[in-house]
Design a binder for this molecule. Structure first.
Ligand code: ZN
Ligand code: ZN
Length: 602
């Protein structure tokens, strides 16, 4: 059923590309056609307009032309022309781009039965494979919109001519188009790059380098709060913190196999001292393995859980860098669990439960679980098939045992073992791996890790790699967009904004500020010369979760008027009770940025 729906949408978008080209031709008979495929969310067509390309202002008129063609209910009629006739036709029409492509199809033997297919609707003919609607009248009402114009090189080759690409949006119905536009507007408003700038969270600087964000004080608060939380959770779960360096000798990566298996994603090595080479580390694992290996380990020491919020560096292609989502330097909620084979399942289960706790608490509901397996035919994975099979089935059993829904995908494993990926969708439906948990059967061998078992034998431990809170960069980019920049009190860079109603209240404000500050709350007094209403608006624009209004009446009663972000109602609370409430919200890490969360009683 889904496939039928997809095929119908494909035909609709494809037909609209024809209809747009036909309308463009009416406006500009000289326009030469290049490619015009359906794409995600719609379609585009590339044109060569010679000296005078059209502009965004022409889109309205083209849309009108399209509507006129749709009204005429013109059938799409297929004709298979013998190859030589097809070439002659395209040449006569001056369709140089289509001609080049037709020659290529013929040369590659892709002209079925020695013919090339053409579709005509009205007086517009295009070489194309189809399929289309039966006639133009089948285009649903208000289901499309011309979106934007961009430049694009013919065949994506910068040495070839620059063409004009017109993008259109198209969906199965007008309602779906409307929904998409609303979602896109929201996504643009909530784009973490835009909000990151507006809320003073992070910046990028060309002299520092691309993909190397600088965290401002406000953004650093977000990192610190997540990290503080992780420390508490990990402490309670029996983890031990370690600290290891960000650069390391090539020898370590030869042992771990990062060189050569992972080398493409690493910064090139640097020569150090006489004959040594060093790398910026892409992961913390090998360092943690060294800590494990440094002492004789008994089965009584296991599971040993070593954790570190570690800085790591990866070489991402320039074109794939994007805000905080894809960067070249990041800080990861990393840990490695060394355990006996008998402990693997329960440790894995605990890690998955930790993920569920974090995701549930942060309200990151839009995710799926992927079991990433190796691919026998790829050189990206170590070739120890029995171990692959064995460890993959362990992970599968754990997931089944926890009744977790997941999808299997081969070729997505780490080079040293299978992993469970948490795939999170952003507002626009784009999916990224945010967190992973990996089962590693290879590094214990490579690092000769052992433990002395109860029977006195030396045995190999298993390793779990896990990073539920991902990297600060990726996690925070998601949270900014999920919350639209309105963070809960416990995370918010400024937790309380104090607004004195007149200058006479400044003393009371400063006294209240001291009270909060000594209780380790992040608090500001708005003592600017702005009007009262403007001060409230400013605090709302900055998405500060709590505004305390201080006037004569409040001072008298040693109270505050408490107004919450995005809420009009306000209540008068004694200062003492208000401080208690804030303290409870912080201690519980209350998600008070969601309307359905009940605040503690005063
Ligand atoms: Zn077509
Ligand atoms: Zn690791």
């Amino acid at each position: 059923m889904l496939e039928d729906k997809d095929a119908a949408l494909h035909a609709l978008r494809h037909s609209l590309a024809h209809i747009m080209a036909a309308a463009v031709r009416q406006l500009r008979p000289d326009a030469r056609l290049a490619f015009g495929p359906p794409v995600e969310y719609g379609f585009y067509y590339d044109f060569d307009f010679g000296e005078t390309p059209i502009g965004e202002n022409d889109l309205k008129q083209i849309e009108q032309g399209m509507r006129a063609i749709i009204k005429k209910r013109e059938p799409f009629v297929r004709e298979d022309k013998p190859c030589d006739e097809a070439l002659r036709y395209l040449e006569e029409q001056g369709e140089l781009y289509k001609l080049e492509y037709a020659r290529e199809l013929i040369e590659e033997g892709k002209a079925a039965n020695g013919t090339l297919s053409f579709y005509t609707s009205g007086d517009f003919t295009d070489m194309c494979e189809g399929p289309h609607l039966e006639h133009t009248g089948q285009v649903p009402k208000n289901c499309f919109k011309l979106d934007r114009i961009s430049g694009s090189y013919w065949r994506g080759d910068e040495k070839r001519p620059m063409l004009t690409r017109i993008y259109g949006l198209a969906f199965a119905s007008g309602a779906e188009l409307k929904e998409y536009l609303a979602m896109r507007k929201l996504a643009m408003e909530r784009d973490h790059r835009k909000l990151g700038d507006e809320l003073d969270l992070f910046i990028q600087d060309s002299e520092v380098g691309v993909g190397l964000p600088l965290w401002m004080p406000n953004g650093t608060v977000l990192r610190d709060e997540l990290e503080k939380w992780a420390r508490e959770v990990e402490f309670l779960a029996g983890y031990q913190r370690v600290t290891t360096p960000s650069v390391t000798r090539k020898e370590l990566y030869l042992r771990s196999g990062h060189v050569p298996y992972y080398e493409d994603s690493m910064y090139p090595s640097m020569p150090i001292d006489e004959h040594d080479e060093y790398y910026l580390r892409p992961m913390c694992c090998p360092h943690h393995h060294k800590i494990y290996a440094a002492r004789l380990r008994s089965y009584r020491d296991l599971p040993l859980r070593l954790c570190e919020y570690g800085d790591v560096f990866r070489y991402e292609k320039h074109g794939s860098l994007s805000g905080l989502l894809r960067v070249r330097a990041m800080c990861m909620n990393d840990a490695h669990i060394y355990c006996t084979p008998e402990q693997v399942a329960s440790e894995f289960r605990n890690v998955v439960a930790m993920y569920q706790m974090y995701y549930g608490h942060l309200r990151m509901g839009n995710f799926r679980v992927r079991l990433s397996l190796h691919d026998k035919n790829s050189a990206k994975f170590v070739d120890r098939y029995e171990e692959w099979e064995r460890s993959e089935s362990i992970v599968r059993e754990v997931l089944d045992g926890l009744d977790i829904k997941y999808e299997e995908e081969s070729g997505e494993a780490a080079f040293y073992g299978p992993k469970v990926d948490i795939q999170v969708k952003n507002l626009m439906g784009r999916e990224e791996t945010v967190s992973t948990c990996q089962l590693d059967f290879m590094m214990p061998d490579r690092f000769d890790l052992t433990y002395v078992d109860a029977d006195g034998e030396r045995k190999r431990p298993f390793i779990l790699h896990r990073a539920p809170l991902s990297t600060h960069e990726r996690m925070i980019s998601f949270l900014i967009e999920l919350y639209g920049g309105a963070f809960p009190t416990w995370m918010a860079p400024v937790q309380v904004c104090l607004v004195p109603v007149n200058p006479a209240m400044l003393d009371y404000a400063s006294e209240t500020k001291d009270m909060l500050h000594t209780a380790f709350f992040r608090v500001e007094v708005d003592n600017s010369a702005e009007s009262f209403n403007k001060k409230i608006r400013n605090a709302i624009t900055r998405k500060i979760p709590n505004i305390w209004i201080l006037g004569e009446k409040e001072k008298e009663a040693q109270a505050v008027t408490w107004r919450r972000y995005a809420e009009k109602e306000q209540q008068v609370v004694s200062r003492h009770a208000a401080l208690n409430m804030l303290t409870t919200m912080r201690a519980q890490r209350l998600m008070d940025n969601f309307a359905d969360v009940a605040l503690p009683d005063c």
